[in-house]
Design a protein around this ligand. Structure first.
Ligand code: PMM
Length: 290
């Protein structure tokens, strides 16, 4: 595998795995819902994440935790746009986390530089055309349907093979719809229609994902249930709460960076920003460039 860093057309060329900090402008997100719910607090949080080392800030206005109901589009726009505008005015590279074409288009107009769609373009038929028209980079994440019933779809014979095949199909659809291949990022969608063993198999399979799909990979393990499962000592033990999974998240960041991930998406930035720098230094030592 090529050990040099993947790049995405339209985004800065980082010389290591990039760190995407998360600002969820939602009352109910999985691990930080309600904390950054008003515009000024959310903007401050985004700027704080940049100070801690985030290369990009991912702004989302709709929770995708398992079982979450959808928010309506006006409410999503009301949550997201002022935060995108405020952070863009400060020069922060922003990705918008949305399944809606109109939210993506409006956020791009407001200064976002990347569209992060957890449905991989499947939820809204207008998404691919909107991203193509704007010439923006696009994250195609693996999912199997809306959060409300996704856990029922966590059935795989060989999760890595199936996720690769499904992502390949959606990435091809995005290209057929006019998004340039060099603007497409893929993401295994940890926790989306997946049980802990599926998530772990996908983390173990990152190298394969990257090699077989030939696109930069985004890994979003931050605080997810599978980490809670890993940290619980026994099968029936209670997992630690989401906010106590940041050290485990940074461990996944190091593994992902080592496997050549393009970026990680995390709630707590500092530890992951350190981890990607350690991996870069080790790589340089390996290649004799240190
Ligand atoms: N996970 C969440 C939200 N957005 N985007 C991408 N690309 N990949 C993910 O795995 C992903 C995402 C859910 O996490 P949160 O609600 O804890 O932020």
């Amino acid at each position: 595998m090529n050990a040099s860093c993947d790049q995405v057309a339209g985004l800065p060329p980082w010389d290591r795995c990039a760190v995407m900090g998360v600002v969820n402008v939602t009352p109910d997100s999985f691990s930080d819902g309600g904390r950054w719910f008003d515009t000024q607090t959310a903007i401050k949080r985004g700027l704080g994440l940049v100070t801690e080392g985030a290369d990009l800030v991912d702004v989302g206005g709709e929770s995708t935790r398992p079982g979450a109901p959808r928010v309506d589009e006006d409410e999503e726009l009301r949550r997201v746009l002022p935060v995108v505008r405020g952070l863009a005015a400060e020069g922060v590279p922003i990705s918008v986390d949305t399944m809606r074409a109109n939210v993506a288009a409006r956020a791009l107009e407001a200064g976002a530089v990347l569209v992060n769609d957890v449905s991989g373009g499947q939820a809204d038929p207008g998404m691919v055309p909107a991203v193509a028209a704007a010439g923006a980079p696009f994250v195609v994440m693996h999912w199997r349907g809306q959060s409300i019933d996704m856990n029922n779809r966590a059935v795989y014979t060989d999760v890595v093979t199936e996720v690769v095949a499904e992502l390949r199909e959606w990435a091809e659809r995005a290209v057929d719809g006019g998004i340039a291949p060099e603007r497409i990022v893929i993401d295994p969608g940890l926790g989306f229609a997946k049980r802990a063993e599926h998530d772990l198999a996908l983390v173990a399979g990152l190298r394969r994902l990257r090699a077989e799909l030939g696109r930069p990979v985004l890994v979003a393990a931050s605080r997810k249930r599978f980490l809670g499962r890993v940290l619980a000592d026994a099968e029936d033990a209670t997992p630690p709460p989401a906010r106590e999974r940041d050290a485990a998240t940074a461990a996944v960041t190091a593994l992902a960076a080592r496997e050549g991930a393009w970026a990680v998406r995390v709630h707590e930035v500092r530890a992951s920003a350190d981890a990607v720098r350690v991996v870069r230094a080790v790589r340089r030592a390996e290649s004799g460039a240190a």
